[in-house]
Design a protein around this ligand. Structure first.
Ligand code: ADP
Ligand code: MG
Length: 439
């Protein structure tokens, strides 16, 4: 799409040399890199040329407006020269960072800094397979799991690798909110044509947190066509989600079946070994020295990968100026300093008792199967308190309440937090319960 658009534009300029003298001979030396609703990015040979081109931006934008009836802002970047003789247009390679930026990828996520263990090795292997045979191995690849388990990291690593192997590949990483917003904008501004141009002929489209498109009819409709179009052109799709396609509520059936037709792999909560490895990777990236035993203690205390990184930084902030590395003592004093509040001994059954008596239900119901609201909500409140106040592990909570797995617990705690934010009287109720437990 982009090359076609560019070619047409050049033809137009060549025909109309009178209105735009110079532009044709100037622009035919550039390569189109990116085209969105708002902007066109062009690659040029060197810094000096870029400087000169910048003086022509107004004229170029005017020509584009006449040609495509679209107000595009034009920018340039310098392509790195590739060695060896190739066709002139292909003989420049954009710098890696520029390529990543255009694909909306972060330079923090690669395979190199992704640690593998039993909780994520299947997802890791599937991602590698997708790199090795893009569009052919598992299409779509659907990665799902709880918060902070590394879905975004892994999906981005694939995008990055594809671009490292072939910088000309059209890769786009797109959080689903971005897809939704762009689509809504496009509909509003009558530019759906461009929206489709952007999305439908990619070599690799990564939609992050795809669960958010559920329940939105137009978005699902358009995504369905985007999906089919990419796949029929041989492109690859990777999606991440907080749950398996069959568990996403209000998702159109045809999407659900498309999502499941490739490979769906879950990533589980990182185990202790993996948390330690992640911690060491993050410390190294930040130039923070850390003792291996200190790292282990942190990994023991903290369960999710996001919190691991945050804790590392908090501890580091405390030692700055006093020590050069994080050692056992630093970690100890950090956790004991923070621990005072948690030491009071409240057991899970205290929590269950308190919630049941508040809502006048039986303890056996809380652990039972029923899903009626009168029981389901109190059950979710129990999970929330166990998680947030007693800081229990997800699978322990699932076990105590006889739930299938930790995803139920994640769902419950998210729901209760949301309710507490949205509904002041519910928040009041929740506070009353926690006070009654004497936390
Ligand atoms: P998710 O998208 O599943 O919520 P992220 O990919 O955002 O999780 O990961 C959260 C943080 O944890 C990121 O900083 C990421 O780099 C890190 N992380 C998660 N898993 C790994 C891993 N296996 N190796 C290295 N870092 C990881
Ligand atoms: Mg994510």
């Amino acid at each position: 799409m982009l090359p076609a658009f560019w070619k047409e534009f050049l033809v137009f300029l060549e025909k109309d040399k009178k209105s735009f003298p110079l532009l044709y001979s100037l622009l035919k030396q550039l390569s189109p890199i990116e085209l969105t609703n708002e902007r066109l990015v062009l690659g040029c040979e060197n810094q000096g040329f870029k400087f000169f081109l910048n003086t022509k931006v107004d004229e170029i934008e005017r020509a584009l407006l006449i040609h495509s009836k679209q107000r595009l802002s034009v920018s340039f970047f310098v392509l790195e020269k590739k060695t060896k003789k190739e066709a002139p247009l292909l003989s420049f390679q954009p710098a890696v960072n520029d390529v990543l930026r255009i694909a909306n990828l972060s330079d923090r996520y690669g395979f190199d800094n992704f640690a593998v263990s039993s909780t994520n090795q299947v997802a890791y292997a599937a991602s590698q397979a997708v790199v090795d045979s893009l569009g052919k191995a598992y299409n779509p690849l659907f990665l799902y799991g709880g918060v902070g388990v590394g879905k975004t990291h892994l999906a981005q690593a694939v995008g990055r690798k594809i671009l490292e192997n072939g910088p000309q590949k059209r890769v786009l990483f797109c959080p689903s909110e971005q897809f939704i917003n762009e689509l809504i904008e496009a509909i509003r501004g009558h530019t759906t044509q461009n929206f489709r141009k952007k999305y439908r002929k990619l070599d690799l489209l990564i939609i992050d947190d795809v669960q958010f498109i559920a329940g939105k009819q137009t978005v699902q409709e358009d995504f369905f066509h985007t999906f089919n179009s990419i796949i029929s052109f041989g492109g690859q799709i990777i999606m991440t989600s907080d749950r398996h396609p069959t568990e996403i509520q209000n998702l159109e059936d045809r999407l659900r079946s498309r999502f499941s037709q490739g490979l769906s792999v879950d990533i589980q909560e990182p185990d202790f070994e993996l948390r330690t490895a992640i911690l060491l990777i993050k410390a190294k990236e930040k130039g923070i020295d850390i003792d291996i035993n200190a790292a282990r203690i942190i990994a023991e205390q903290i369960e999710d990968a996001r919190a691991v990184e945050g804790t590392l930084i908090s501890i580091y902030a405390k030692i700055i100026g006093k020590k050069t590395s994080i050692d056992l003592e630093a970690v100890d004093s950090f956790f004991t300093g923070n621990a005072e509040k948690k030491i009071k001994r409240v057991s899970p059954s205290d929590v269950i008792k308190a919630v049941c008596s508040y809502y006048h239900i039986k303890q056996s119901q809380i652990k039972g199967e029923t899903r009626i609201d009168e029981v389901a909500l109190p059950r979710q409140i129990v999970m929330y308190i166990l998680r947030n106040e007693l800081k229990m592990k997800l699978d322990q909570i699932a076990f105590i309440l006889r739930r299938k797995d930790h995803t139920t617990v994640i769902h419950a705690t998210n729901k209760v937090s949301r309710l507490a934010v949205e509904n002041p009287s519910f928040k009041e109720e929740l506070d009353r319960i926690t006070r009654s437990i004497n936390l």
